[in-house]
Design a protein around this ligand. Sequence first.
Ligand SMILES: Nc1nc2c(ncn2[C@@H]2O[C@H](COP(=O)(O)OP(=O)(O)OP(=O)(O)O)[C@@H](O)[C@H]2O)c(=O)[nH]1
Ligand SMILES: [Mg+2]
Length: 652
Amino acid sequence: MQQKIRNIGILAHVDAGKTTITENFLYVSGHTKTLGNVDNGTAQTDSLDVERERGISVRSANISFHWKDVKINLVDTPGHVDFSAEVERTIRILDGAVLIISAVEGVQGHTVTLWNALQNLKIPALIFINKIDRAGADTEIVINEIKKELATQPAVLQKVSNEATKDAIIHSVWDNNTLHEDIIETIAGNNEVILEKYLNEQKLSFSALDNALINSVHNHQIIPVLMGSAKNSMGIKDLLNAIVHYLPEPKADESKPLSGLIYQIMHDQTMGKIAHIKLFHGCIRNRDMVHNATQNTKEKVTRVLKLLPGKYEDIGEVVAGDIAGVCGLQHARTGDVLGNFSEKLPGSISLRTPLLTVQVMANNEKDYPALAEALQELSKEDPGLDFEWLREDKELHVKIMGWIQIEVIEKILETRFGIKANFQDPTVIYKETPTKKGEGFVHYWMPKPCWAIMKFLIEPGERGSGVIYESKISVDDVHQKYQNEVERTIPSALKQGIKGWEVTDIKITLTEGEDHPVHSNPGDFVVATPMGIMNGLTNSGTTLLEPLISFKISAPESLLGAITSDITQMRGTFNSPEMENDKFILTGILPVATSLDFPVRLSSRSGGKAKIRTEFYGYQECADELGTVREYKGISPLDTAKWILKARKALQ
Ligand SMILES: Nc1nc2c(ncn2[C@@H]2O[C@H](COP(=O)(O)OP(=O)(O)OP(=O)(O)O)[C@@H](O)[C@H]2O)c(=O)[nH]1
Ligand SMILES: [Mg+2]
């Protein structure tokens, strides 16, 4: 008989108590004999050294345990925005989620981001209000924030007395004996049958109402809210019961052909590369040959493993609906699809875009090749790093979210790869876009044999439009197979423009062209396209684009003048402030380049009383002197002779 499973993620802003809750789950379910604690570095799921030292989670941690007769596969995610990519990867395999909100700090910017992601991916969820014991805890305020800021209908299943003290007590308001009127109304508002009976004052049983509630949770209409204090192991069993009761089981079928998703790649000192997979259909056993549809490879599974915090256990097989670690898939990358995915893949979501780029250097020159290899390996695990190896300049660059991430990569390079590396000052990732219309020519007919002649029209595109390419030439002028090469080469041709940054918001039209029946080769168009595009960009000129964030600040009224003047100084803009009691709420937009340390400065200016939420807003024009113009890295297609030599060599 197939076992019952729940694949659940715990999500929240930083420090909400996710790991503390997870440790309690492990303890009350009998999985661990002692209760792990984040404050003294004994939490099982914070297994990396850097997590234990800093008391924050960096990686999503997988654990499995049984509650009642259900196997719960739980992912404890990191809350710090620097590690949002970890959440993006794991969120795709969840059948349900628990969103934690601190009873003191309330709904944070990151809570809203996570909630929107859950809504977009249609993942049913529960909310757990944690830290009800702490001074300043106020569940009433948090519930109002949930209604207002998450724009959702909560069914608050518990209430608390002696709040904000160690003696806080939780009472159920939703069981056979207590049927809270608010919850009944919320359920009736989402269920016609219940509504009719309710309006006609007919008797409604608890089980009928509760079943309707389960339905509405599965349809993302209602979100049950529970509360507790993980630090004092309070409310934990009720939360586990609610997970099993209200969150759905995976839609999976063992008899269908294999289909799975690699959601994480981990590395183990003895076993090497381990692909963490969720299996939607079929089953995988040791020694199975598995087809990786994304990489188009077939590889032999050497081991199937159960995922435990910081370690693994051989299980030999994994069946549909479950998650497991798989060894042997050497080509696997995060996000790859296994088998035949005939159904729609679970959607993916972007929570935060890396806006900084940083050069990594080995402390010891001789470690340079090993460092490049290590970064290549890490980039397979975290594609967001977008590792760039500029071989001509012997430079290594990665994209990052923030300072803590740098610290963590530094540590991993040292402990796992034995390389001491240092990170140069990070730079904001600028982009560039054509300033006006321009034409680009390329006559590539020397040194023979080769033949590719093209003319491109380059035009500025609307902000956010990305890259639009169109060919207006006939296949009689340039054969279709050569035209395909042009289109395929455009993205790499735009990786660096004339100011050294990726080119975007651009419209490219191939307006004239000529191939040669004897001398042309498809590779000629691969060599020529970047030359034509760069020539066009030189003629059109380019404008720098800088990343911006939108912000929402709430702070005491007395600080309004100082904060608005800070914002103006950072080249920011703001809307007129809204007053609320003795606080103001200010929204607006700031350049990333000028505001990297703003949250820290704001906090010290206000003695921690100001709250700020930021989100990526988009890219906007910026004058060269306010941004950074870089030299072209490597050999530029404008340096024709050298470029041709290099590009031809790459094609061999
Ligand atoms: N007073 C109180 N403190 C708590 C409670 N739950 C957790 N904490 C404390 O809050 C801090 C953060 O707890 P974690 O469990 O590491 O939080 P997290 O959400 O996993 O944090 P990240 O993974 O780094 O985002 C620790 O110091 C915990 O002891 C609670 O219910 N009450
Ligand atoms: Mg944690």
